[in-house]
Design a binder for this molecule. Structure first.
Ligand code: HPA
Ligand code: ZN
Length: 340
C-alpha cells in the first residue's frame, strides 16, 4: 500500500476532467470576495466547508455557481488557475486539460475575454515555470438554451487560438445531449475537440446520444454506460476514453461507497478509463487523493495504477509524439524502480 502510494505520487500524470472554477478553495474565495468588496453568505472558511454536503449533482451546482461569483477580474481568474497549477506541480501532474464555464461568468456580467485571458495567462506561466502542458475546453451549461450556447460559441471565435475543445456540463437529467447537436456540429467545423458529461446521473441513452449525435471524442464520467453491454462494446471499439471522477462520484452520491465504484469493472472490461478530480475543492481531494482513495477501496494492483496513469496520457488530446514521450518516461521510471 505504501509502495503504491509512492508510485502514484512519483509517476507523471495527466488530468483530463477538471473544472477550473471547481478548484476555488474557500480561502481564495474569501480573499477574492474581500478584494472585490463582495459579501459572502458564510462567516468563515470552516462554514463554507461545512456547506459542502451534497445529496445529488444539483445541490453541488447551486453552491458551485454561487462560489464562482467572487471571480471578477482577469487577475482573479489568473490566481484561481495558478493555485490549481501549483497543486498539480506538487502532485507531479504534468499535463492538464481544463474545463471552464464561460456562461457562469458572462451571465453575471463578467466578459468572456476576462475569464479566458486570466486562465490562459496562468496556463502559460504554468508551462514556463513548472513544465505543465495544457489544453483548454470550454463547456456549455446544458441547463441553458441552445441559443445561449450558440452565442457563447460565437464569442469564443475571437479566442479560438486559446481553445482546444468544447464540453457539456451542469444539470444532466432533463437536458439530453440532443439539445446541443447543432452547436457541437458547428464546434467541430471550427476544428475543436468534442467532449460531454454523460451517464453521471443521466441514463445510458444520454451516453448513446453523446456518441451518436454529438460525436464526442471523449466521455466525461460515463458511469452509467456500464449498465449497457452494447455501450461498453462501442466505447471499447471506438477507443473512447472515460474521464472518471471517484471522489466526485462519492460526494454527489453517484455511488454510495467507493467500494461499489465501477472503476475495477471498467478496467476489467478493457475500457480506456482515467482518474480525475472534477471539482477538487468541493469534493475533498486533488488527483493523487482520488488515486489513493480508489486504490484503497477497490484494492487496485500496481498494474491497475500503471494502466490508469498511462490511460491519462493515451486519452489526452496531446499529439502522438507527446503521448509517446510521456509513456516512455513512465516505463523508464518503472524500470529504474525495479533495478533499485
Ligand atoms: N457534473 C456536471 N456539471 C458540473 C460538474 C459535474 O460533475 N462539475 C462542474 N460542473
Ligand atoms: Zn465534471
Amino acid at each position: 500500500m505504501l509502495e503504491l502510494k509512492k508510485l502514484i505520487e512519483e509517476l507523471p500524470k495527466a488530468e483530463l476532467h477538471l473544472h477550473i472554477e471547481g478548484s476555488l478553495e474557500p480561502e481564495l474565495m474569501f480573499t477574492l470576495a474581500k478584494r472585490n468588496n463582495l459579501d459572502l453568505p458564510y462567516a468563515s472558511v470552516e462554514e463554507i466547508r461545512e456547506a459542502y454536503n451534497f445529496n445529488q449533482l444539483q445541490d453541488f451546482l447551486d453552491i458551485y455557481y454561487a462560489g464562482m461569483s467572487v471571480l471578477i477580474t482577469e487577475q482573479d481568474f489568473y490566481d484561481l488557475t495558478m493555485e490549481y497549477l501549483q497543486k498539480c506541480h506538487q502532485q507531479n501532474v504534468r499535463h492538464v486539460e481544463i474545463f471552464f464555464d464561460p456562461q457562469g461568468h458572462t451571465e453575471r456580467g463578467v466578459t468572456f475575454a476576462t475569464a479566458i485571458t486570466g486562465i490562459n495567462r496562468a496556463l502559460d506561466d504554468g508551462l514556463a515555470n513548472f513544465g505543465i502542458s495544457y489544453k483548454t475546453i470550454m463547456c456549455f451549461l446544458r441547463h441553458l438554451s441552445e441559443e445561449n450556447a450558440f452565442q457563447t460559441l460565437n464569442e469564443a471565435k475571437e479566442f479560438i487560438a486559446l481553445i482546444d475543445g468544447v464540453g457539456l456540463d451542469s444539470s444532466e437529467v432533463g437536458n439530453p445531449p440532443s439539445k446541443f447537436q447543432r452547436v457541437f456540429a458547428e464546434a467541430k467545423s471550427l476544428g475543436l475537440k468534442l467532449v460531454a458529461h454523460a451517464g453521471e446521473e443521466g441514463p445510458p441513452s444520454y451516453v448513446e446520444e453523446a456518441l451518436a449525435l454529438l460525436k464526442i471524442d471523449r466521455l466525461d464520467h460515463g458511469n452509467r454506460a456500464m449498465e449497457s453491454e452494447a455501450l461498453i462494446k462501442q466505447l471499447k471499439k471506438e477507443h473512447i476514453a472515460l474521464t472518471v471522477c471517484p471522489l466526485s462520484n462519492l460526494k454527489l452520491c453517484v455511488v454510495d461507497d467507493l467500494k461499489d465504484h465501477p472503476m475495477r469493472e471498467m478496467l476489467d472490461q478493457g475500457l480506456l478509463a482515467t482518474v480525475n478530480s472534477d471539482d477538487p475543492s468541493y469534493f475533498g481531494g486533488y488527483l493523487n487523493e482520488n488515486f489513493f482513495a480508489l486504490q484503497e477501496s477497490l484494492d487496485l494492483s500496481k498494474e491497475h495504477i500503471v494502466t490508469l496513469i498511462k490511460n491519462s496520457f493515451i486519452g489526452s488530446f496531446l499529439s502522438l509524439d507527446e503521448k509517446t514521450n510521456y509513456l516512455l518516461e513512465i516505463d523508464r521510471h518503472l524500470a529504474q524502480q525495479q533495478s533499485s
